[in-house]
Design a protein around this ligand. Structure first.
Ligand SMILES: [Zn+2]
Length: 497
């Protein structure tokens, strides 16, 4: 069997074009861009996409070469500098270390750079241009990708996760890697169909265990077992990136049978279109949810701050829920806020000291006003913690930047972080000495991403109708570039195959 040379590289960002904080080069570098051995150390055992790519090192007759990978948590649009430096590095490394039989790319699919709205399409095209048409380019995407025709055209194999919260990036990436290798060995001839009906699905309806997503996922799973079908992806799309390719889409890959691929992708798209009214969503009012939590016989009730969904690019400093909790005198509540200035004040003061602070809402008005708190500093650290259990996206190592936990006089546990954190791990709480089970209310800044961690212990999880740049109410966002007409923005939109 011929020895194959396989490159692993990636650039991972979900860009919320409505979010106030740009994805700049310094933020990418601070978050961690990893190369070669370090990439293996960080991702090898993880459940993330690169973990799935790295699994193929155990297969015979492959030389697997990890190159660079950049990953930054979701926030605003990527700066031109960040994109050009990091993608430039990727292309340079591919050039210097080639030639290749296979290039495996870990992308998100909803990356938007200020000069390249279809940033993922641009990356795949640059890779394709470099390696030529004979090299296999395998791409693994997040389920929130907004997939362009350019992404499809330049990929040999491309798929996305099938779970939200995302607990399958590793096996899905392994599928891309295995199909790519089989293609390079001439064992299969993948052909791709991609159909994107004009539908943006509400973030509240994106859970894959719940109707209507559960239905589409089960159709996809059945199709993937059909003879000749290599891979089926149901892609939810990312409604907070204002780009022409915004929307749901379906990718089917078959072994040299374009008609079958087209037929299956079209039938998934038609099924989604028929369900479009079931993809509308609407959250619970903050006060009603807090009252329900206070009256709950047991805790913790987890309140999902949808408008400040850090996994969707929000700044993690919204105070709408905290202000209401103060007003309603809710006790025994956990709430995190990104506020590096207040963290610095706490670190100066020290553990055990009583402190008064104005916390949160420092990035813009949309996410509320700073809230006055006073209380005792319980814990200070550098914000690094590890979660070896199941987490959204398969992440294991977390870095919140320097942190401070303040127990306020009105019995709130306020965890101040220096980086935006989306509350996707129970270890975030245990690492500062809090037992999640002893809390009455946990405010989690996310929609689906906190579920993997908190659903097993929550008395109830409530999605809130909170304002913010990830609001469930898409009518509050002003789009310029998306397709028109599109459901639900233009309810009269039509779709025909
Ligand atoms: Zn996602």
């Amino acid at each position: 069997m011929k020895m194959l040379r396989v490159a692993l590289t990636g650039f991972h960002h979900e860009s919320n074009t409505f979010a106030p904080v740009p994805a700049s080069l310094d933020r990418f570098l601070a978050a961690g861009t990893f190369e070669s051995d370090e990439l293996v150390r960080v991702y090898g055992e993880s459940q993330a996409t690169l973990g799935g790519f790295l699994e193929i090192r155990s297969l015979p007759n492959l030389e697997v070469v990890p190159l660079n990978h950049a990953d930054l948590n979701p926030m605003g649009t990527i700066t031109q500098e960040a994109f050009e430096v990091l993608v430039g590095r990727m292309i340079e490394q591919l050039k210097e270390n080639g030639p290749w039989d296979v290039v495996l790319l870990a992308l998100h699919g909803a990356a938007v750079a200020e000069h390249q709205p279809d940033a993922d399409g641009e990356i795949i095209e640059r890779v394709r241009r470099l390696v030529g048409d004979d090299v296999v380019v395998g791409v693994a995407l997040d389920m929130h990708a907004n997939v362009s025709e350019r992404m499809i055209r330049n990929s040999t194999v491309i798929n996305a996760y099938l779970t939200n919260p995302h607990i399958d990036p590793r096996p899905r990436a392994r599928q891309v890697a295995e199909l790519s290798i089989a293609t390079a060995r001439g064992e299969i001839q993948p052909v791709i169909a991609h159909v994107s009906p004009p539908v943006a699905i509400n973030i509240l309806r994106q859970g894959t265990s719940d109707w209507p997503m559960s239905h589409l996922i089960s159709l996809a799973n059945e199709m993937e077992h059909q003879h000749g079908v290599l891979s089926v992806s149901v892609i939810e799309g990312f409604p907070y990136a204002d780009v022409p390719e915004l929307g749901m889409s379906f990718i089917v890959i078959t072994d040299h049978d374009q008609d079958l691929a087209n037929h299956l992708a079209q039938s998934l798209a038609a099924a989604a279109w028929d369900l479009r009214n079931d993809f509308l969503g609407d959250g619970t009012d903050i006060d009603i949810a807090l009252q329900r939590a206070m009256n709950s016989p047991r805790g913790p009730v987890v309140l999902l701050d949808v408008g400040d969904n850090v996994g969707g690019g929000s700044p993690a400093d919204s105070t709408h829920v905290l202000a209401a909790a103060q007003r309603l005198k809710v006790r025994n509540l956990f709430h995190s806020l990104c506020d590096p200035g207040c963290v610095a004040d706490c670190h100066k003061a020290g553990v055990g000291v009583n402190i008064a602070l104005n916390v949160g809402a420092k990035t813009d008005q949309l996410h509320g006003k700073p809230v006055k708190i006073s209380g005792t500093i319980l814990h200070l650290d550098d914000g690094r913690f590890e979660d070896t259990g199941i987490t959204h996206g398969g992440f294991r190592f977390f870095n919140a930047g320097p942190r401070a936990l303040v127990h306020t006089d009105d019995d709130h546990f306020i965890l101040l972080t220096s980086r935006p954190m989306g509350n996707t791990s129970r270890a975030e709480l245990t690492s500062v000495g809090l037992d999640p089970l002893s809390l009455k209310v946990i405010v989690a800044k996310g929609v689906h991403s906190p579920r993997g961690a908190f659903e097993p212990i929550a008395a109830e999880m409530i999605q809130l109708n909170t304002p913010g740049c990830t609001s469930a109410d898409l009518s509050t966002l002003s789009y310029k570039l998306r397709r028109r007409p599109m459901f639900p923005f233009e309810p009269e939109a039509t779709f025909s195959l």
